[in-house]
Design a protein around this ligand. Structure first.
Ligand code: PGA
Length: 245
């Protein structure tokens, strides 16, 4: 397993196509010496064709923030895996906490999406993490185990090989309250003991805290939201990861 599995940018519902293009034109030269596919960008679906076109031939992979589990159908507002593949996307996030919180995504839905992604050869980044109340109640381990078990139902060890997990404590996402490196390390060890796949950390990762997080032996990369919108910040996080790989 490579030490740095992936540094991923979750752009959420930000940027226009013109802004995305300007970002990549300036960003790609800054990370030209990184390993291929070690960096992935997850923009809104409407930005995918632009971002894929501009990133073509570079070492940066591009994926969706979400896919539907059905191959196609009457699912207004959703994106199918076939549509993602048709525009050249190779990765997808699955089960991001904002999907779980605002769009009622359950572990059972995450599981269906994971099966769909694997069936079509799309690399899945499955997001898990506890909310603050669960951590304060001492339930973090139980919650992570439940999420992992639900998400991975019917997935064999062989099938799990391309999967990447993102551990994102919900209380750390967009709050500026990063998990301490020790908290991240503890959760990553638990997740790896269950799954044996690379685990990224997500939740208020910045250029200021990235090096300390990557210094943990079981932090294999990062899923970055806010700080990935700024190309200098995201490039600095990628550099911090490269120096620990
Ligand atoms: P953040 O978001 O870096 O802004 O906390 C992370 C995420 O939601 O993936």
């Amino acid at each position: 397993m490579p030490r740095t599995a992936m540094i991923a940018a979750n752009w959420k519902m930000y940027k226009t196509p013109a802004e995305a293009k300007a970002f990549l034109d300036a960003f790609l030269p800054l990370v030209a010496d990184h390993d291929r596919d070690a960096i992935a960008i997850f923009p809104s679906p409407v930005l995918l064709p632009t971002v894929i076109e501009v990133a073509k031939g570079s070492n940066v992979a591009v994926g969706a923030q979400n896919i539907h589990f059905a191959e196609e159908g009457a699912y207004t507002g959703e994106t199918s895996i076939g549509q993602l593949i048709a525009v050249g996307g190779t990765h997808t996030l699955i089960g991001h906490s904002e999907r779980r919180q605002y769009f009622a995504e359950t572990d059972a839905i995450v599981n269906k999406k994971l099966h769909t992604a694997l069936k079509h050869g799309i690399l899945p980044v499955v997001c898990i993490g506890e909310v603050l109340g669960e951590r304060e109640a001492g339930k973090t381990e139980e919650v992570l185990k439940t999420q992992v078990t639900g998400a991975f139902a019917g997935i064999t060890a062989e099938m799990a090989k391309p999967i990447v997990i993102a551990y994102e404590p919900v209380w750390a996402i967009g709050t500026g309250k990063t998990a301490t490196p020790a908290i991240a390390q503890e959760a990553h060890v638990l997740i790896k003991s269950l799954l044996g796949v690379p685990v990224l950390y997500g939740g208020s990762v910045t250029p200021g805290n990235a090096a300390d997080l990557f210094a943990q032996p079981d932090v294999d990369g990062a899923l970055v939201g806010g700080a990935s919108l700024d190309l200098e910040s995201f490039a600095a996080i990628c550099r911090a990861a490269a120096s620990h790989s």
